[in-house]
Write a protein that binds this ligand. Structure first.
Ligand SMILES: [Zn+2]
Length: 313
């Protein structure tokens, strides 16, 4: 909970007053406490008040998966000890929670194949039989934790992918090759697949897949830059240190196809200016003088990764 509050404070300038709800990805288990009416401490009451300023929904990511965050959230000095007034308060209301629909991660064809394959796996069927006999929706048997829902099997809240010809391969492919994902490499792919799916020895399987991906092998060098990273100095005042980003090839609007985004690292104030992809160095300098210098003077430092677009001529 403290993590969410702190994240909201960090990003408040972007998040507060948004017309549509934004998503917070977190582990529901840790947040269950907040869904029940509680007697709040003063600090917690302040949190509840702060949360009410934001329009958000929480999306589930299993705690087992969210290891890095989990370790941090268990630091003893983050424990809240004071017990005072504010009785019977619910901090996180049900509308703050959404369940990821299966269709969100699985396309129709893969879902159909998964359903068909589940029926053909004897072991899984036996497990299900056990579930039905015990009239439990959920079976917890030592380290095993299976759940059946609407013809699909879940293992520890991940969708179980049966060993049918090509099915696991196509699941990995969907998480690795899709144009929106763009070949995230071995660890990125493992992370993407294990977020939603499970099958035995899946990491081995995924590693084999990424090692065999022609495009990934050719791009490998580019994904490991040799230069060491240095933290930026903390800016001392507004518009002394600014960042410029160019977002190009957008749908045309009023004759422009790109935008230049200026962000002041101190105040987070942002200017978004329409430009064309064909803009050159001179054009950017003009834009800067007209739109930024006029308001904020000369910055001490400019950060930009958009140098590609600053052609001469
Ligand atoms: Zn690849």
């Amino acid at each position: 909970m403290l993590a969410i509050i702190n994240a909201l404070k960090d990003w408040r300038h972007f998040l507060e007053g948004l017309p549509k709800p934004f998503e917070i990805w977190s582990d529901h288990e840790n947040l269950k406490y907040w869904r029940e009416p509680q007697d709040l401490s003063r600090r917690q009451a302040r949190w509840a008040q702060y949360l009410s300023r934001f329009n958000f929904v929480l999306t589930h990511i299993a705690g087992v998966k969210n290891i890095k965050a989990d370790v941090l959230s268990r630091r003893p000095d983050y424990q809240v000890w004071d017990f005072e007034d504010n009785k019977d308060q619910i901090v996180l209301r049900p509308e703050h929670f959404v369940k990821i629909a299966t269709s969100y991660v699985l396309n129709d064809e893969l879902e159909r194949r998964t359903r068909e394959a589940v029926v053909q796996e004897a072991e899984v069927l036996q497990g299900l039989e056990k579930l039905r006999k015990s009239r439990l929706h959920r079976l917890t048997d030592g380290t095993l934790e299976w759940e059946e829902s609407d013809g699909l099997i879940y293992y520890k809240e991940k969708l179980y992918i049966p060993n049918a010809p090509g099915l696991r391969h196509d699941i990995v492919k969907q998480c690795h090759d899709a144009i929106t994902v763009g070949h995230p490499g071995r660890w990125g792919t493992i992370e993407a697949v294990t977020q939603f799916y499970w099958w035995p020895r899946m990491k081995e399987f995924i590693t084999k897949y990424t090692d065999g991906c022609d495009l990934c092998q050719r791009m490998k060098a580019a994904t490991h830059p040799k230069a060491t990273l240095q933290p930026n100095e903390v800016p001392e005042g507004p518009w002394q240190t600014i960042g410029i980003d160019f977002i190009v090839k957008l749908p045309k609007s009023n004759g422009y196809d790109s935008i230049a985004v200026y962000v002041d690292h101190f105040t987070k104030q942002t200017h978004v200016l329409p430009i064309n992809k064909s803009i050159n160095a001179e054009g950017v300098a003009d834009l800067h003088v007209k739109e930024i210098f006029r308001l904020h003077g000369i910055p001490r430092k400019i950060f930009s990764t958009g140098a590609l677009y600053l052609r001469h001529g």
